[in-house]
Structure formats: structure tokens, C-alpha cells
Design a protein. Structure first.
Length: 168
């Protein structure tokens, strides 16, 4: 009979820790290792535009909000991140997440701030409080990112890649 109160107390403690864990849980974080990625209705596609005249290649990061994600994610922040010092450089902060969002940076910008973090928010209040509902992170420009000499071919690639990812 004495074990019953101990079991009850144990169950209460486990329940309390479970409640605390869900209260302080980190947002869903996903590692987007490839040049195309889809999670919870968000599609991320990378590509590189090779430019002449000894200019650094231009890296494109396209974030697409599918209809599936329209009610879940309405704002976003894009951060450049130095994995060694943990310093961040904001690139886009708390902006409305459109159906198609594109960020560009010269390849040389990835030398120190090599990682990227995409923070997705459900509401403007979440964005202001920096409480993302989902985070997608990259350790650098994905090795699988295709390279193009022509901007039109790059845009065609984005169109095809997004169609392919929407069907996954």
C-alpha cells in the first residue's frame, strides 16, 4: 500500500517535467543540408550565378511558402551566422513571408558568416518577440547547389525545383 503514493508522486513529477519541457521547448529545427528542402509547407532552394570579370559568384536563397504553410508561417527572419564565434548578422528581420522570397549574397560573404538560419513565425507578435515556430539552418552553401552562367536559366531552375518539391 505504501508504493501507491510513491507511484502517484512519481507520475506527478514526470507530468510536471513534461509540462515544463513543452513550455520551454525550442522551436522545430531542421537542418537543410541539400540545395532543395521542404518542411511543413516551406520550400528552400539554393542556386549560384557565376559572374564574369573576376566578380564573386552570387548565391541565391529562395524561400517559398506553399498554400499548406500560408496560415502557419507569415513572417520570417534570415540570419548569417558564424559557427565559430556564434556571432550573427541579420539579413532580413521580421518581414512578411510572401509566397516567394529571395535573398542574394556574394559567395565571399560566406567566408566568415558561413551559416544561414531561417526563422519562421506565425504572427507579427511572434516575430517581434523572436519566438520562431520553425527554424531551418544551413552550415554553408549546400555543395549540391547548381551553378548557372545565365540568370534566365537560374530562374527556370528555381521554377522547376519548386514544382518538384511541391509534389513531394
Amino acid at each position: 500500500m505504501k508504493t501507491r503514493p510513491i507511484v502517484l508522486i512519481g507520475a506527478l513529477i514526470i507530468g510536471l517535467f513534461g509540462a515544463l519541457e513543452s513550455t520551454f521547448a525550442q522551436p522545430n529545427e531542421f537542418h537543410g543540408a541539400d540545395s532543395d528542402f521542404k518542411q511543413n509547407g516551406i520550400i528552400v532552394v539554393w542556386a549560384i550565378e557565376k559572374r564574369g570579370n573576376d566578380r564573386s559568384p552570387l548565391v541565391y536563397l529562395r524561400i517559398v511558402r506553399t498554400p499548406e504553410a500560408a496560415s502557419s508561417f507569415r513572417y520570417y527572419t534570415l540570419l548569417a551566422f558564424d559557427p565559430f564565434t556564434r556571432a550573427t548578422r541579420p539579413l532580413v528581420v521580421g518581414q512578411p513571408l510572401e509566397e516567394v522570397n529571395t535573398a542574394t549574397a556574394e559567395m565571399s560573404a560566406f567566408q566568415i558568416y558561413s551559416s544561414r538560419r531561417i526563422l519562421l513565425y506565425a504572427t507579427a507578435d511572434d516575430a517581434k518577440a523572436d519566438k520562431p515556430n520553425m527554424v531551418i539552418f544551413y552550415q554553408g552553401v549546400p555543395d549540391t547547389s547548381p551553378e548557372f552562367l545565365d540568370r534566365q536559366k537560374l530562374e527556370s531552375y528555381f521554377t522547376e525545383a519548386v514544382k518538384r518539391m511541391e509534389n513531394r
